[in-house]
Ligand binder design. Structure first.
Ligand SMILES: NC(=O)c1ccc(NC2CCCC2)nc1
Length: 256
């Protein structure tokens, strides 16, 4: 029984940017299969002056322009009308970090309305009145909220039932299931030897238990090496005996 599509409405001055999701790869297939619906609403269509003005100079002076409340408010109301119950998110460096856990939580929402700002940002009164939460994809400043919105849509879409070929592949990801909060293990495919570099023999063994342990060891080890902060989070939740043993083995091999 096919479920209703997960509805996302992107409020943006550059609606063509949505094609990065609707026209390529897994998210394109999700749209074609009716699992994801991505609509755009352009605030410029809600202006009433001849010049279709969406921005104006900042009170208090300073560089750049600020997006005006009225066109945004009308655009957001139209977006919400077409996506009832959706959570309204503004992408900004002031937002809460986008994490896998946040993506999981957003995938469980009735739908999403994503507001992408431009210029120096939007009039604060719009945020107070219309926005449920702010989300950031990282501690850096971009020229617009569209790319962060597209990143968020991708992260959420691949969690929707039926979007990934093998549902379990979303679970096997790093950051989810047994590999929650861990970096990914290495991946290999044919040829078995490439320029003298052979694939780890365990992966050719067909011994699924050995393979699972090897992958978990690699994920733990790489996380220990590259992202000790993530490993700490995992440790705080308690490592199993097996995980502790595999990590100890990995660390020992590093110093040998
Ligand atoms: N790190 C981020 O998620 C992020 C979001 C939006 C943005 N720029 C936008 C915000 C208002 C005008 C441009 N920059 C960075």
């Amino acid at each position: 029984m096919s479920q209703a599509p997960f509805a996302v409405t992107l409020v943006t001055l550059f609606p063509d940017m949505a094609r990065a999701v609707t026209d390529f790869g897994v998210t394109r297939r999700a749209v074609e299969n009716g699992l994801l619906a991505l609509e755009t609403v352009n605030p410029r269509d809600f202006t009433e002056d001849r010049h279709r003005t969406v921005d104006d100079r900042p009170f208090g002076g300073g560089p750049g322009m600020v997006m005006k409340v009225a066109p945004l408010e009308k655009a957001l109301l139209a977006a919400r009308e077409g996506n009832p119950g959706a959570r309204v998110i503004y992408l900004s460096p002031q937002g809460q970090p986008l994490t896998q856990a946040k993506a999981v939580a957003l995938a469980a929402q009735p739908g999403l309305v994503l507001l992408a700002g431009r210029y120096e940002g939007v009039d604060e009164r719009l945020l107070d009145a219309q926005v449920d939460e702010q989300v950031s994809i990282g501690d850096y400043v971009l020229s617009g909220g569209e790319l962060p919105a597209l990143v968020l849509i991708d992260a959420v879409s691949r969690l929707l039932p039926g979007v990934l070929g093998h549902q379990d592949s979303a679970e096997q990801d790093s950051f989810s299931g047994e590999f929650e909060d861990l970096l990914d293990c290495p991946h290999y495919t044919r040829p078995e030897v490439y320029q003298g570099q052979a694939v780890p023999e365990v992966l050719l063994s067909g011994n699924h238990e050995r393979i699972r342990r090897w992958r978990l060891k690699q994920a733990l080890g790489r996380t220990w090496q590259q992202r000790p902060d993530l490993l700490e989070r995992r440790r705080a939740r308690g490592l199993s005996n097996e995980e502790q043993q595999l990590l100890d083995e990995y660390i020992a091999e590093q110093s040998s």
